[in-house]
Design a protein around this ligand. Structure first.
Ligand code: APR
Ligand code: PHB
Length: 396
């Protein structure tokens, strides 16, 4: 059996990039279909970072998908850094007039899917064998299998929002893309624990034993991370060992208490920086993790994906409405400027906060001096804060 359908924009991937793009296009009156190779349950349960930049929250509000976010998210007006036995705070609101929202990425994904489907949006889960064809021509197609049926989706454009391991970037001929890559010599072991957070803000800890991060998801759930070896095995970390190591690396002053509780989720995240350029090949446009990834220090992945599609939606709308190609031509360059700003920030935060085996006394002291400076100088803390709360999205 075979079925053929047509739309204006075929979106591959129902992560934050694909879903936000779909909402933006629908608001602009442009037809689109999303196809996703995992199940709805899987994408809604995938635990990722949980920091939403100021411009990301503004866009979600603007799209009318922030009702639960506004009720349940936690507004953080600053962040703390722990090092050399001290805690230092950077006040985002004081430095920039803006705050961030702590709300799990999978909660954003749940809200976007529910509202998309409630208004009759087309979204197909558990599709297989997704292949893009003819992107160098004027009428590309996507073929895939779903429920034993071969589907063919014709579109004016294809949005490759299928993440780092998707098929869109690899479908671009070798030699057309320039790849920039850094793999870090460590990974993060992350847990979700049923333990009420004891501080109002995140704590990034630089410790001789390695980095640790104290974060949260709700007044009942703490989210915690530990720097571990890049090839670390999760089985080697018993609950006791995790809590013991967190206790050693996180602050020990009287104002901080590490509350323990049942660990309800755990995983190891590799650390990598990656950018593929340009983010366009013919009528295929890459957005989000399909084009670039950042290490999680600073929690920029989702925010960068949303920034990309905020530009892509306008470029597509202008072309489809008026034939004006300017936005499509400038899409990649415009996105990459912000992508590289965020790449630098994520790499810098990662470099400043982790333990590097090759560090000698000189390198270690320089690292601690940078933390001391960034948390005490008004100029330096403003620079950190404006990047953390999110620089404005580019406009076409
Ligand atoms: N066909 C259809 N869908 C696919 C395919 C495929 N061949 N391959 C992957 N996908 C889906 C994935 O299952 C996933 O749901 O594409 C989606 C990509 O979503 P994300 O990986 O969440 O990427 P993105 O939307 O760009 O969001 C970036 O997510 O990866 C995190 O840390 C990252 O927070 C950042 C954010
Ligand atoms: C998280 O809460 O998952 C989180 C917060 C900040 C980061 C990374 C992850 O830098």
């Amino acid at each position: 059996m075979e079925s053929t359908a047509a739309t204006e924009v075929a979106i591959i991937g129902a992560g934050p990039a694909g879903l936000v793009l779909a909402h933006l296009l629908r608001r602009a009156g442009i037809g689109c279909v999303i196809i996703e190779n995992r199940s709805r349950d899987h994408v809604e349960r995938r635990v990722r970072a949980g920091v939403l930049e100021h411009p990301t929250v503004a866009l979600l509000r603007d799209l009318g998908v922030a009702a639960r976010l506004d009720r349940e998210s936690m507004t953080h007006r600053g962040v703390e850094f722990a090092f050399r036995g001290e805690r230092r705070r950077i006040d985002f609101v004081e430095r920039t007039g803006k705050a961030i929202s702590v709300y799990g990425q999978q909660e954003v994904v749940k809200d976007l899917i529910a509202s998309w489907l409630a208004d009759g949006g087309a979204l197909f889960f558990e599709v297989d064998d997704v292949v893009v064809h003819g992107v160098e021509g004027a009428r590309p197609t996507v073929t895939y299998r779903a429920g034993g049926v071969e589907h063919r989706l014709e579109a004016a454009f294809i949005a490759g929002c299928d993440g780092f391991h998707g098929i869109c970037r690899p479908s671009i001929p070798a030699g057309r893309l320039t790849l920039a890559d850094r793999v870090y010599p460590f990974a993060w072991l992350g847990i979700l624990a049923e333990a009420p957070p004891t501080t109002d803000e995140l704590i990034y800890a630089n410790h001789d034993r390695g980095f640790a991060l104290y974060s949260m998801r709700s007044p009942q759930i703490t989210r915690l991370y530990l720097q571990v070896a890049p090839d670390e095995q999760l089985e080697r970390w018993s609950d006791d060992r995790i809590w013991d190591e967190l206790g050693r690396r996180l602050p020990t002053d009287a104002g901080f208490e590490l509350r323990t509780g049942p660990i309800i989720e755990r995983g190891i995240t590799p650390m990598r920086s990656f950018v593929a350029a340009p983010m366009r090949h013919g009528r295929l446009f890459l957005a989000g993790d399909a084009a670039h990834i950042v290490p999680p220090t600073g929690a920029k992945g989702l925010n960068l994906a949303v920034a990309d599609v905020s530009v892509l939606a306008v470029a597509l709308e202008r072309f489809l409405r008026t034939g004006d190609e300017d936005g499509l031509v400038r899409y990649s360059e415009l996105c990459l400027r912000r992508v590289w700003r965020v790449q630098h920030f994520s790499w810098w935060m990662t470099s400043m906060l982790h333990r590097f085996d090759e560090h000698d006394t000189f390198a270690r002291e320089v690292q601690l001096s940078e933390l001391d400076y960034v948390t005490s100088s008004e100029a330096a803390s403003t620079a950190l804060a404006e990047n953390y709360v999110g620089l404005p999205f580019a406009t076409l």
